[in-house]
Design a protein. Structure first.
Length: 281
């Protein structure tokens, strides 16, 4: 079997969308809790609410997309046509078996995901768009097969047990915010800033959940390695293992290196061979 492009293949991504699940949660956020479930709302042409491109770009950041499949009753989602075509999404049509019945997207999605990882050894990352706890059994199968599992849904629709069962979990709100260009800083506040490196507003470090998580990660690594100095990259991987939902942006930091840099009073940083080394002060 040829192996000249094995490295590329091992990084390919399978992306599965429970499309109605995400759309419904965005509908409820915009028009009020439970608004989508009403018959006169659910069974009519839907206005596009999902930023399809932002999700596809996130998936592409994990590797080349080999499978991009979305499950839905598409008869009401025709207005998404252009966005779906542009993103090369394969559409799986599901008719609900009754007037108020679910369309069964989660079951079909799970069966397909398990079948695909069994057939295609090159799939390294599986991304599931949906926040239901129904995905927990498939999470176990994906992890047992040695693949990386990433979940994504809106914050409100995310079941926390499902989020914790992923290697990494993203909230839709953060993804869309990240894809929008930040507004320019007001001239007045820029002029008023006297500090050379302004730190983001944050509670006292000892009571900050992000700082607690960072401390835990460093302590765990230090104990495991028997050395208080740990690689900065290892800390990030440990944080994501402790809490797949962690995102520095939620705590006012542009990214993880910016977070480490701003915590000078808590962390000591020195140059290492290939990465910066960090220890708790």
């Amino acid at each position: 079997m040829p192996d000249h492009h094995g490295d590329d293949e091992s990084r390919s991504v399978a992306l599965y969308w429970d499309f109605e699940n995400l759309h419904a949660s965005l509908h409820d956020e915009r028009f009020g809790e439970g608004s989508y479930a009403k018959q006169d709302n659910r069974f009519k042409a839907q206005e596009p609410l999902i930023d399809v491109q932002a999700i596809v770009e996130l998936a592409a950041s994990f590797g080349s997309i080999a499978i991009n499949r979305a499950y839905c009753n598409w008869q009401f989602y025709g207005r998404y046509r252009d966005a779906l075509l542009q993103a090369a999404v394969e559409l799986i049509q599901l008719f609900p078996p009754g007037g108020s019945a679910k369309n069964g997207a989660d079951i079909k999605l799970c069966l397909d995901a398990v079948e695909d990882i069994g057939r295609f050894a090159h799939i390294g990352t599986v991304i599931i768009i949906g926040g239901d706890s129904d995905y927990m059994p498939v999470a176990q199968k994906i992890k047992a097969a040695g693949r990386t599992l990433v979940g994504l849904a809106t914050r409100k629709s995310t079941n926390r047990h499902w989020a914790k069962s992923c290697h990494e979990y993203r909230y839709y709100e953060n993804l869309v915010e990240a894809s929008e260009p930040p507004p320019p800083p007001p001239a007045a506040s820029a002029a008023a800033t006297t500090s050379a490196s302004p730190a983001p507003p944050e509670p006292a470090p000892e009571h900050h959940p992000a700082i607690d998580l960072l401390r835990r990660a460093i302590k765990l690594l230090a104990e495991t390695q028997g050395d208080p100095w740990v690689n900065k990259g290892s800390i990030w991987h440990m944080i994501k293992r402790l809490d797949p939902t962690f995102d520095p942006k939620e705590h006012g930091y542009a990214n993880f290196p910016a977070m480490v840099k701003s915590l000078d009073s808590l962390l000591e940083v020195k140059k290492g061979e290939s990465d910066q080394r960090v220890r708790l002060r």
